[in-house]
Design a protein around this ligand. Structure first.
Ligand SMILES: Cc1cc2nc3c(=O)[nH]c(=O)nc-3n(C[C@H](O)[C@H](O)[C@H](O)COP(=O)(O)OP(=O)(O)OC[C@H]3O[C@@H](n4cnc5c(N)ncnc54)[C@H](O)[C@@H]3O)c2cc1C
Length: 399
């Protein structure tokens, strides 16, 4: 990747993360992908060196940097060959904590964040449900107030890192959909103990295509009790609160996709320089060169969109001319563009390796499997196009 134009902070982050990740080569990630074992060592080292709290306040133990630097951190992790698996080992702890940092009371923040920042706790993020999919406003998992507790019942799906997390940032319905004035009301955000030994909580691991070092799960709540003081912000306002974290997550995922794309392209260019067929390196053929050059330019363009979106997100704190509308369009566009550019880069990297692109040994097949994730999650390409058509072009809402 071309690094000119980045800030000194971003480049410092990149250098420090590259140093940590150099201890976890491609072979480490290929083995983890095979065994499905969580990368505890990387998470522990990132936490020890202060990176888990990169975008959280200094007074809580964080680094008080922005989403621009956090995006660079996740890009660099993915780019090291760790891919989505490596990035996802820390991803939720970076973005799911953003709404907590912003909307929790000072006492809650003090109670909830320092031990996540130190790495003692890990958090997972519980939004998606099997029966509502991308229609977040229809979420059904219910949290019913009962004295100084809420009782949670319902089901979540695709919850990453739930096997290793001791905390969950949970979006649940506190007012039935039929009783709310606006569909965006009635959902509430909680930061809860995720105690697998307590009654009313069960997990089932999902077998998946890639990024297998990070577990994905179905989560079943059946009258699971949580203290009322785990509610973040006002009851019924959880959707608006969670949106704050979602825009930052779009940037982080865009960074992760970029990292994967650049990693794939790096391997493809190396192979194309070294592999000789018909008496010359295959990379001397334009049929190999041009698709790789085109993939590079698309990644560079997506990189500009990504760091522009992250900058808008960060600067909006002190620049009131930056609207939430502009941030939403920029973050969604960046995630879309980076995911598509990464997919193209990974696909072309596999093809440039010929048969060896299909062999685990060259790692590009692992990158290709993983790079479907930013196209699907946390919001699909189609939903981003729906959103941009409506919000940027003023077309009628289609969903
Ligand atoms: C590896 C992985 C990790 C994940 N981690 C987490 C996590 O930690 N926490 C969490 O809460 N969730 C997580 N998710 C869930 C993820 O956010 C969802 O899978 C994603 O939001 C898509 O939702 P869905 O699977 O229900 O798709 P559906 O809503 O069922 O959609 C299926 C398809 O239909 C399309 N579609 C639906 N409606 C429309 C429409 N109106 N117009 C056009 N197209 C439409 C979609 O674009 C999509 O292609 C993860 C998913 C994956 C794959």
């Amino acid at each position: 990747m071309e690094t000119s134009g980045f800030t000194e902070e971003q480049l410092t982050v990149r250098e420090a993360i590259q140093k940590i990740c150099s201890k976890y080569p491609d072979e480490y990630w290929a083995a983890r992908d095979e065994s499905g074992e969580y990368p505890f060592e990387l998470h522990a080292q990132l936490a020890k060196e202060g990176w888990t709290g990169i975008a959280l306040p200094q007074e809580l133990g964080g680094a008080s940097l922005g989403i621009s630097e956090a995006t660079m951190m996740l890009q660099t992790i993915a780019e090291s060959g760790a891919g989505m698996a490596g990035a996802q080992s820390i991803h939720a702890n970076v973005y799911a904590t953003q709404p907590v940092a912003k909307f929790a009371t000072p006492e809650q923040r003090q109670k909830m964040l320092p031990r996540l920042i130190s790495g003692e706790w890990r958090a997972c993020f519980g939004v998606t449900e099997p029966n509502t999919g991308l229609e977040t406003l229809k979420l059904r998992t219910a949290a019913k107030r009962d004295g100084d507790e809420y009782r949670v019942s319902g089901q979540k799906i695709w919850i990453s890192s739930a096997q290793v997390a001791s905390k969950m940032v949970l979006l649940a319905r506190t007012t039935p959909l039929e009783e709310v004035k606006k569909p965006s009301e009635g959902l509430s955000l909680f930061f809860i103990d995720f105690d697998k030994n307590a009654p009313g909580l069960e997990l089932r691991r999902i077998k998946k295509m890639g990024g297998r070092a990070i577990d994905a799960n179905e989560v079943f709540f059946d009258d699971y009790r949580i203290p009322a003081d785990t509610l973040i912000g006002a009851e019924g306002q959880g959707f608006k609160i969670v949106l704050h974290g979602m825009n930052s997550e779009r940037c982080l995922l865009a960074g992760e996709a970029l990292g994967l794309g650049y990693a794939a392209l790096g391997r493809a260019a190396k192979y194309a320089r070294e592999r000789v067929v018909f008496g010359r390196p295959i990379g001397q053929n334009q049929g190999i060169q041009h698709p790789l050059a085109s993939a590079y330019m698309h990644l560079e363009a997506a990189k500009l969109a990504t760091y522009h979106a992250a900058r808008l997100y960060d600067n909006s704190v002190h620049d009131s001319s930056i609207t939430q509308h502009a941030i939403g369009v920029a973050c969604n566009s960046a995630k879309y563009l980076a995911a598509e550019a990464a997919f193209t880069a990974c696909e072309r990297a596999v093809l440039a390796h010929g048969g060896m692109g299909y062999a685990q040994e060259y790692h590009v097949e692992r990158y290709l499997r993983e790079c479907f994730v930013p196209r699907i999650a946390p919001v699909s390409r189609e939903m981003i196009m729906n959103f941009v058509a409506e919000k940027a072009l003023g077309l009628p809402r289609s969903y």
